[in-house]
Write a protein that binds this ligand. Structure first.
Ligand SMILES: Nc1ncnc2c1ncn2[C@@H]1O[C@H](COP(=O)(O)OP(=O)(O)OP(=O)(O)O)[C@@H](O)[C@H]1O
Length: 494
């Protein structure tokens, strides 16, 4: 090599060493990142702890405070505290059993069932029921959210996996019920991706609900007539004023009990002349003939007399509507005219089974007029139907309150209550034969259907009702003279 002259050595052919990326990060940034990670971990642990305490307050707080108490003060004071708490709980349950159950016992049951039933079985059940999804090696599993036990049912909230529809859960209801040890399962959609599953353990409506004592108070709330009890224990309130009511159920489902519960509650107003009942019973009086005194007019067939009565009522609707035009928006007691309730025991007999086409069409036209125009002038139709066939269902949209008692098939539930209502849990086809009077109710404008049972109105009750309506000690309501145009009370009676 000549002095001072550079000669290139052989080129380097080895693999360039790979340094992990974090070794290239400057030292200070590394410390900062480690600190942030630590803070994140601590926060996540605190959130988890808080969640556990919120979800299982009794199971976490009671043993931990007992342990703290015994460590700090010894076992003696702990025993005293336990005895005092037990005594306090006993007094509470004696004084107000309802609130005791709600705030302590049911909370305990909720935690117990969440910890022993839903959490341990959730993952396996979701996989076996094929409610999980796999994508690129990752498993997407529905998330178990809030659990609330109400004794007779557990309400379990679920967040569905993306791209899942409630139908998938609807199809697996029975399997889910068996897996979690429940008698049945209902699926309700709360909002997009959020479902509530009702795991039902017993039926709170298994026992008949007796009718209350006949009231003498004529101030009946016609917007909320109590005709039974809902499964949550509240009164079943049926809207009459401003509504049209359709009651559907197979023979023996208890349509009569819905009807008579309504008449029972209206009786004081009927006796005082504030409400007028008009009836058509195509079954020859088998139903309405049990208490004919309740009705101002009643026809026991589906022939010309029944159609004439329907047309008469339809004409009254038109005449009253013409008088109210520009004067009042909705019937009120101050109008000086009674609210008219038209009861048709078997609607299909008039508009579907009547062999005379002319009569059938006239009946359908009159019913349509009354249901579509009767709301404002104070005419309400209560239609009872055994078979939700096409001819009747085509009227469905005119009835704003629909009551589905026991039905034969799931398709009939959709026909009566409307599409999607069964999916929200209204399984009227699953109502047992042993619980007549139990129904699913859907009112327009109310999202959730309600399960309820009508009062059990016995034959003896109907005799009492008849006597009540025919006794003369009633205070007959004095209507004011015919209203003038200045009487513009668009409000509601009662
Ligand atoms: N709410 C109720 N609670 C307890 N038992 C009831 C109730 N409703 C009806 N029942 C009982 O069920 C039976 C059938 O009731 P109901 O006659 O009212 O049924 P329905 O649907 O009107 O039948 P149909 O269409 O044949 O007239 C009766 O023996 C009645 O006592």
């Amino acid at each position: 090599m000549a002095a001072g002259k550079w000669v290139d050595p052989a080129p380097f052919e080895g693999a360039r060493p790979r340094v992990p990326w974090w070794m290239l990060v400057p030292g200070r940034l590394k410390w900062l990142a480690a600190l942030l990670a630590l803070v994140w971990l601590v926060l996540a642990a605190v959130v988890r702890l808080v969640l556990v305490v919120v979800r299982y307050p009794v199971a976490v707080l009671v043993p931990s405070s007992a342990a703290w108490c015994s460590l700090r003060f010894g076992p003696g004071p702990l025993v005293l505290v336990v005895l005092a708490v037990v005594a306090g709980l006993l007094i509470w349950s004696g004084l107000d059993r309802e609130s005791f159950l709600r705030h302590t016992w049911l909370r305990l049951v909720t935690e117990w069932r969440r910890a022993t039933v839903y959490v341990p079985k959730w993952r396996t059940t979701m996989r076996l029921a094929e409610l999980t999804k796999d994508s690129r090696g990752r498993e997407y599993r529905p998330r178990l959210r809030r659990v609330r036990s109400e004794g007779w049912r557990d309400r379990v909230r679920v967040r569905m996996v993306p791209a899942q529809a409630p139908d998938a859960w609807e199809l697996r209801r029975e399997g889910l019920a068996h897996s979690f040890g429940a008698r049945s399962c209902r699926v309700r959609v709360l909002k997009p991706r959020l479902l509530e599953l009702d795991f039902v353990h017993s039926d709170p409506l298994a026992r008949p609900v007796p009718v209350p004592a006949l009231s003498r108070d004529t101030d009946v709330d016609l917007k909320r007539v109590v005709v039974g009890r809902t499964e949550t224990g509240r009164p079943w309130r049926l809207r009459l004023l401003g509504s049209q009511v359709l009651v559907v159920g197979v023979p023996g489902a208890g349509k009569g009990s819905v009807l008579w519960s309504l008449v029972w509650q209206l009786a004081p107003a009927v006796r005082a002349g504030l409400v007028r009942l008009v009836g058509i019973d195509p079954k020859g009086g088998m139903e309405l003939g049990q208490c004919p005194d309740a009705f101002d007019r009643v026809v026991y067939d589906n022939g010309p007399d029944a159609v004439a009565l329907l047309e008469e009522v339809a004409a009254e609707v038109k005449e009253r509507a013409a008088r109210y035009r520009g004067v009042r928006r909705l019937w009120a007691q101050s109008s000086g005219e009674p609210l008219t309730v038209l009861v048709v025991d078997e609607l299909a007999d008039l508009i579907a089974y009547q062999p005379d086409k002319g009569l059938r069409e006239r009946a359908a036209r009159a019913i349509q007029t009354i249901t579509s125009q009767g709301r404002a002038p104070g005419y309400v139709v209560v239609g009872l139907v055994q078979d939700p066939r096409k001819e009747v269902v085509s009227f469905r949209h005119l009835f704003t309150t629909r009551v589905a008692l026991r039905l034969d098939e799931p398709g009939q539930v959709d026909m009566v209550l409307g599409d999607g209502v069964r999916q929200r849990g209204a399984a009227a086809h699953e109502i047992g034969e042993s619980t007549p009077g139990v129904a699913w109710v859907k009112q327009d404008g109310q999202r959730e259907p309600e399960r309820a049972r009508a009062f059990h109105v016995t034959d003896a009750d109907l005799v009492e009702l008849g006597l009540f309506l025919t006794t003369k000690d009633a205070t007959v309501h004095e209507f004011p003279s015919r209203p003038g145009p200045d009487d513009n009370t668009g409000g509601v009676a009662a």
